[in-house]
Write a protein of this length. Sequence first.
Length: 381
Amino acid sequence: MDRRMFLATGGWSMAASLLPAGAHAAAATPAGSPSRIDFVSDGLGLEPREYAAQLQEAAAMVAADNYSRGGIIERLERDFARRLGKPAAMFVPTGTLANHLAVRRLAGDDRRVLVQAESHLYNDSGDGAQALSGLNLVPLAAGQTTPGLDEVQAWVERSGRGRVRNDVGVISIESPVRRRDHAMVDFARLEALSRYAREHGIRLHLDGARLFTLPFHSGRPLVEWTGLFDTVYVSLWKHFNGACGAILAGSEAFVDGLYHERRMFGGALPAAWPQVALVERYAGRFEQDYAAAWRVADALLGQLDASGLYRARRLPDGTSRCFLSVRDNDPVRVAQRLRAHDVVLPSPHPDSGEFALQVNPTLLRADPAALARSFVAAARA
Ligand SMILES: Cc1ncc(COP(=O)(O)O)c(C=O)c1O
C-alpha cells in the first residue's frame, strides 16, 4: 500500500504528556519537544516548527557547505564512512539518487544489474537507472525478501551465454525491505551471495536506507552487514531526522570525483547544511534509542495482548514494524480517541483493520503502563 495512505492527518495536540517526570529523556530533545507518540514515522517525525526550533539551536555548531561540499557535509561524510566501515563517503540529497549513482558507477560497462523485485530501486525510482543510465535491472525473488543464490547464478550464467555478451555487473540488495514490511534479508544467504559475487567479479551495493535497525534485530554490528558490500547507502532523514539526504559510502576510488555525477543529475544542493544540521545529534545515539524504544514497544504489546482488547503480531524476520488489531471495536474510532492522547496511529489496513506500527524513539517519551492505559481506554469506549 502507498506509504502516504498510512499517514494520519491533522495537527498534533499539546495534550497532557505521557512522560513521567525525568524519565525516558533520551528522545526528548531540547527545543520544541512534544509529547507526541508517533507510530507512523521512522524517526521523530518532526513538525516544521519543531525542526526550525532545533535548527536554531544546532546552527551555532554548523559550518556551511558550498554546493554540498565542505563544512558540515564533509564532517558527516567522514563520520558516516567510519560508522559504515568504508574508507570514503559522499552526501547525496536523496536515497533515490544515491542508489542510482551507486549502481551506475559500479556497473561500468557490465550494465545488467540484479535487484530484488520488491526493492525501492526497482519499484519506486521511475526506472531512472534504466532511462538515464542505460542499465538493465533484472528483478529477482518476486514477493520475497531474500533472493536465492540459485536464481542469481542462473542469471549470471545466462548473461554470459548470450549472443552478445552482457555480463551482470552489480547485485543490489535492500535490507530492511520496505515493501516487505521492513523485513530483513537473511544474513547467511546474503553471505553466500556476496561470496559468489566476489568470486565472479560482480560488484555489490546495499540499499541500507534503514540499516541502523539491523544490529538490534540481527545481533550483528553494522560493519558485518556493510562488509559484504562494495557500496552502501543510508538515509539521513528516516532515522536521523534530517529534512532530506543520504550518505553513499564505498572505497576511495569509488567516491573519487563522484560529485561531478551528483551535480550532473542536479543533486548538488547549493546549501545542504539546513537539511542535515540535526543529523549528528541523532545518528550517534540511534541504535541505543531504538533498542530502548523496542523495550517500551514490547512492554506495551504484552500489556495490550493480555488485556484481551487487542491482538499483536510480529514478523519472524521483522525490524521496525509490528502489527496491532483491535478486537470488537472500530479501529478508526480507536485511532481517533488515541489521537486525543497525542498518540498518532497510521490508518488501519482497509481489509484487515490491522495497524502497521512503526517503532521509533518517540516511544521513549512514554511510560509503557500509561500508554497501555490510553490504548485500553480507547478500545473500551
Ligand atoms: C528502501 C528505500 N530506499 C530508498 C529510498 C529513497 O529515499 P529518498 O526518499 O531519500 O529518495 C526509500 C524511501 O522511501 C526507501 O524506503
